[in-house]
Design a protein around this ligand. Sequence first.
Ligand code: GZL
Length: 312
Amino acid sequence: LAASIATALSTPLLAAEMTVGFSQIGSESGWRAAETSVTKQQAEERGIDLKFADAQQKQENQIKAIRGFIAQGVDAILVAPVVATGWDDVLTEAKEADIPVVLLDRGVDASEDLYLASVASDQVKEGRVAGQWLVDTVGDKECKVVELQGTVGSTPAINRKKGFEEAIAGHANITIARSQTGDFTRSKGKEVMEGFIKAENGGKDICAMYAHNDDMAVGAIQAMKDAGLKPGSDIYVVSIDAVPDIFAAMVAGEANATVELTPNMAGPAFDVLAAYLKDGTKPEKFIITESKLYTPADNPQGEYDTRKGLGY
Ligand code: GZL
């Protein structure tokens, strides 16, 4: 017994002592739900006490949750910021309370010294990869594109639009005829695509649909089918996230390309927080995750099966 007590006393404080508040945007998409389940699983595996708050996609709820975490005196805060602006005050309050903040999967227009690190993809690159796929696919054929944007004012919506436009810039035959937000949701993506189809000769004039996430693309695919169109052949479907249902659409011949976004942003976040809280180690400010293109040539059934078990 004495030996086991001695061992316990000599064991350094594990992350088990770490309490982390997580202000999550909501569950607007399959990818977001996966990020939540992966974050909870990562916390569990590391013995981290995770306080979870779902903001139903409202910034004021995120700010309230963060203030609550500060009042509780958590050791650290994770936040996936629904939009880029409006964070200076609450991030300053966290800094003044000496509580490190790590941003997940979206960025903020705030001074970099207001957060310890950001774990996210290069969202401009994601848009560029999607745009380049379309350029490579249509060659010099005329191609009218409709675009389903993510949440207005969010960094993924701003950056994915920017990257796609950069990729098609040198190709006058490819033009974005209509662009509107579907707020990253399936239902809104379907609704907006129905409007695009009506406005474009029953969809016959549309060559491609670019969606800032797969959930809006899946909604748009349904709208195309309801209008008697063949998604994936009458209209190219290109989007971002690589969630299981876009691979299911590829298996059915209804989607053409997706750019992968890992749902595991929390693993790297917990790593840098553990090191910082242990001995003040400062991480690199921007931790960038991979963005890989997948098409029906990449075993979509296998990709579906693999991801299905990952918390989506
Ligand atoms: C991107 C992330 C986006 C996903 C969507 O980093 O913030 O939010 O692409 C989710 O599925 O709604």
